[in-house]
Ligand binder design. Structure first.
Ligand code: UGA
Length: 441
């Protein structure tokens, strides 16, 4: 019966998969979340979200109470249960290479396919190099007992950390890479409540669906590096990147989103996606078409070094100086420290002999675990005590709201580096602070 909601499995309950499973159960689907990590499954089953994401813990409670959401480590159970299987496992950067590590994706497909005894759709959501879906379709055809009846589709995911619930419940668009009418119909059924909101759908082939994701992240990364390149030019001539960016943003063909200058992009997606894309393009003989992504990456890395330089310039050297580092997460409203510019800068300054102390409202535990050699504090004011300089590295609202007059009471020198253009320079200067930010004189 095609009018009934299909039963969904979500394979891989990390950031993306857990969010998808929880939100779909809240929207009315019967959902089984599957992961090879027993500890993660136990946590989720007991109502605990293993990462920081606003709004998600409340929805997990609601979904578990509804009885529509369960968790398991069994692929056999997944094969029995699901009409549509979403594969949401990670594709991190390979150690020592720019390429994506596809071992989790291949493992998930190889584990699931032998248990697909009836007609079902497997939907890839992971970010993969173009061409991967075609290979995976073969895996499904070869290993699924239902043979040609089991089908593959590709449905890239665009959710942002910190806005994951909203981006899942009310996405800007859905992209369905499909090879048959049946697959499209199944995907439409698996998103019915979202489509009922009028969400636009692009129906396309597998390769295009894979590419949409990396093309989108590459565009966003390019926009950020573009404005940061302009900041470098501003620095050379004493111009002001903030005024420049604000002026560009008012042209609605350009727009102000992802045009915020500063320390640049980090996280588990943008940096590794542009590298993997450039690498894949070289493999398939179109490296030249996206060689600019290498430049985008270089501009972005230079921001981190330039931020350290700015602190050095201001203090006349880093060694022996007391430095308050505000922020560890790769962006606000997240506890994710993967490729976090903030921690990169803090570690470099520590390595140069600075007495660096780090505070972050959500990512302290993760930072401590990953970098136990760094020193940490309990609050923005705590780490600023007797500091020679305060360096804002992640633009949490908690930092933006700090009163410069009150902070002046605890520091040794009233010096602040605003790595994210997050503070009101006039207000800080009026309170007697030496305020510096990249791209501003
Ligand atoms: C990004 C994309 O925005 C999502 O659409 C995509 O689904 C996701 O990657 C993914 O591939 O899974 P996310 O990494 O959560 O999402 O974070 P963003 O909000 O995109 O921020 C990325 C980085 O860019 C952060 O370090 C942020 O501080 C930086 N950024 C962002 C800037 O430096 N300037 C800006 O103007 C905007």
């Amino acid at each position: 019966n095609t009018t009934e909601l299909p039963r969904l499995t979500v394979i891989g309950t990390g950031y993306l998969g857990a969010t998808h499973a929880i939100c779909m159960a809240v929207l009315g689907f019967e959902v089984l979340g599957v992961d090879v990590d027993q500890a993660k499954i136990d946590k989720l089953a007991s109502g605990e979200v293993p990462f920081f994401e606003p709004g998600l813990p409340e929805l997990l409670t609601k979904a578990l109470e509804s009885g529509r959401l369960r968790f398991s480590t069994s692929f056999e159970e997944a094969g029995e249960f699901g009409d549509v299987h979403f594969v949401c496992v990670g594709t991190p950067q390979q150690a020592g290479s720019d390429a994506a590590d596809l071992s989790y994706v291949h493992a998930a497909f190889r584990s699931l396919a032998p248990h697909m005894h009836r007609r079902a759709l497997v939907v890839g959501k992971s970010t993969v190099p173009v061409g991967t879906a075609k290979q995976l379709a073969e895996t499904v055809r070869d290993l699924a007992p239902a043979g040609a009846e089991a089908e593959l589709a590709w449905n890239p995911e665009f959710l942002r950390e910190g806005f994951a619930v909203d981006d899942t419940m009310r996405p800007d668009r859905l992209v369905f890479g499909v090879e048959s009418e049946w697959a499209e119909e199944r995907l439409r059924a698996a998103y019915k409540p979202v489509l009922d909101l009028g969400t636009p759908v692009v129906r396309t082939d597998l390769a295009t669906a894979e590419l949409v994701k990396v093309a989108a992240n590459s565009f966003l990364a390019t926009k950020i590096s573009y404005i940061n390149a302009m900041a470098e030019v501003c620095e050379a001539v004493g111009a002001d990147i903030k005024d420049l960016a604000d002026s560009l943003a008012l042209d609605d063909r350009i727009g102000g989103k992802f045009l915020k200058p500063g320390l640049g992009f980090g996280g588990g997606c943008l940096p590794k996606d542009i590298r993997a894309f450039a690498h894949r393009a070289e493999e398939i003989g179109v490296g030249q078409a996206v060689s600019f992504l290498r430049e985008v990456d270089d501009i972005n890395r230079r921001r981190r070094a330039r931020t350290v330089d700015l602190v050095r310039e201001m203090l006349g050297g880093i060694s022996g100086k007391r430095i308050a580092a505000w922020g560890a997460a790769f962006k606000p409203n997240s506890d994710d420290i993967r490729d976090a510019p903030a921690l990169d800068v803090a570690r470099t300054m520590h390595g140069l002999g600075g007495h660096v102390r780090v505070f972050d409202p959500a990512a302290l535990d993760n930072a401590r675990r990953a970098f136990p050699d760094l020193r940490y504090g309990d609050s923005a004011f705590d780490v600023a005590r007797d500091a020679d300089v305060v360096v804002l590295l992640t633009e949490w609202s908690e930092f933006r709201e700090v009163d410069p007059e009150a902070l002046a009471e605890v520091v040794k020198h009233k010096r602040i580096v605003d790595g994210r253009h997050a503070l009101n320079a006039d207000q800080w200067r009026a309170a007697g602070w030496e305020y510096r930010a990249l791209g501003r004189s």
